[in-house]
Design a protein around this ligand. Structure first.
Ligand SMILES: [Zn+2]
Length: 430
């Protein structure tokens, strides 16, 4: 490589396109030589060591982050000793080989988990001499394939926890919440729900779960597996939800011994809407005052019976003939009735929030709210104008949560022996 004299800053050092060219050539050289050496080794019969003859070659294209490399894959004749005692016959193993570098799949999936498919393809092409297999549709297909592989492990035998002797952390808190993304087929509905959750252990570790309820057949196993992966299920495990009855059912079937807590964040959000209406200038002229303040206090102390009684008395006051026909009254009535129903549905899940709060215990799933935002919003949200099929959204979610939890590389290490070795620091040789 020849460089002009440095007269401009822009010509100092390698340019991006030069670096891509260099990397591609280097990769071509390395892959070709490695492959040649391996082929020579393979030619020696495993039984008797005789060098086998080459029948013919077939072409294969090895795809990597550093360009595509054309390979001539030899088909070897059977050794004389195998002809004499014909046993095995899986000479087709190389034919079924997918010639894709695991690192390419891993990096494409990692990017696609956080960026739209087209954007992640663009980014890789910009920086690396990546070959032809980097269109948005290929990146999508590969990412979903990784999701499918993660998914199939869910129903397979559980992965052995490493190091049986080490004390396992306890999972103390699980939070589950839902969010919506746009459906790609308007005929099938405007949007569909994604359940996102986060698990916290007493050693400070966190992990995530995510699934599309309508397509997921294994949500129970999924949550149980997530807990088992994180540590032991603690006896005083708390499960926080927004009070949605189906999430509640899921919790009961998956973690029946856990204590369910209605999330304070979701409760106050409803309360705020109601109190905003009650506090409005319009309402002040027409409504009995201070109801919302008392109500807030009652709920904060986690006394559902009193809170329900308060709401009922508010509702009966609103029903007075003198207040009939006023818009603000109708609105307050509707909100109060909804809140009352919500509280009644979740009466068993209202702790003494004030006591818990003062004791420094968790009362809110703000951590789940952030999980939902992280898992759904940035990559899949409605604001991105993206439309999803429930099935592919579900598979992408599986990749996403592994990336968010920083575990996707571990998954690749499990799938591809030598994946870590390839990540080792460069050994410079003279
Ligand atoms: Zn032989």
């Amino acid at each position: 490589m020849t460089r002009p004299d440095v007269s401009e800053l822009a010509t100092l050092g390698l340019s991006l396109s030069e670096s891509k060219q260099l990397l591609a050539q280097l990769q071509h050289e390395i892959v070709t030589r490695q492959f040649e050496a391996t082929t020579q080794q393979r030619r020696h019969c495993g039984q008797c060591g005789t060098k086998r003859a080459i029948k013919d070659f077939h072409g294969a294209r090895f795809r990597s982050l550093f360009g595509d490399v054309e390979l001539r894959v030899p088909r070897l004749r059977k050794c004389q000793c195998a002809v004499d005692s014909p046993v095995q016959g899986s000479a087709n193993a190389t034919l079924r080989q997918r010639w894709i570098a695991p690192e390419l799949e891993c990096v494409q999936s990692e990017l696609a988990a956080v960026l739209p498919y087209a954007r992640s393809a663009e980014l890789l092409s910009k920086l690396l001499p990546i070959g032809a297999g980097n269109s948005a549709s290929t990146v999508r297909a590969r990412t979903l394939h990784v999701g499918q592989r993660l998914e199939s492990e869910l129903t397979a035998a559980p992965v052995k926890p490493p190091g049986r002797r080490t004390p396992q952390p306890h999972v103390t808190t699980v939070g589950l919440d839902g969010g919506y993304v746009r459906h790609c087929d308007p005929a099938a509905g405007h949007s569909f729900e994604i359940i996102a959750g986060r698990l916290l252990a007493d050693d400070g570790a966190q992990s995530s779960v995510g699934f599309v309820r309508t397509v997921d057949q294994h949500s129970r196993t999924r949550v149980q597996r997530a807990v088992a992966e994180q540590g032991k299920s603690s006896d005083n495990l708390m499960v926080f939800t927004d009070g949605d009855s189906r999430l509640r059912d899921l919790q009961l079937s998956v973690l029946p011994r856990a204590t369910h807590v209605l999330d304070w964040y979701h409760l106050t959000r409803r309360l705020t809407v109601l109190s905003n209406v009650v506090c409005s200038k319009e309402a002040a002229e027409q409504l009995p005052s201070r109801e919302h303040a008392r109500l807030l206090w009652r709920l904060w102390h986690g006394r559902p019976v009193t809170a329900i009684a308060r709401l009922e008395s508010l509702l009966s006051r609103l029903a007075r003939p003198s207040l009939a026909g006023k818009a603000v009254v109708a609105r307050t009535h509707k909100l109060a009735a909804e809140l009352l129903q919500y509280l009644k549905n979740n009466a068993e899940s209202l702790p003494d929030y004030g006591r818990r709060y003062r004791a420094g215990e968790r009362i809110s799933t703000a951590f789940v709210e952030s999980a939902v935002n992280q898992i759904i919003d940035k990559r899949m949200s409605k604001s991105q104008q993206m439309r999803w099929s429930p099935q592919s959204a579900h598979l992408l979610l599986q990749v996403r949560i592994r990336v968010i939890d920083g575990r996707l590389r571990q998954d690749f290490e499990r799938w591809y022996p030598g994946f870590t070795a390839n990540d080792a620091t460069l050994q410079l040789s003279a």
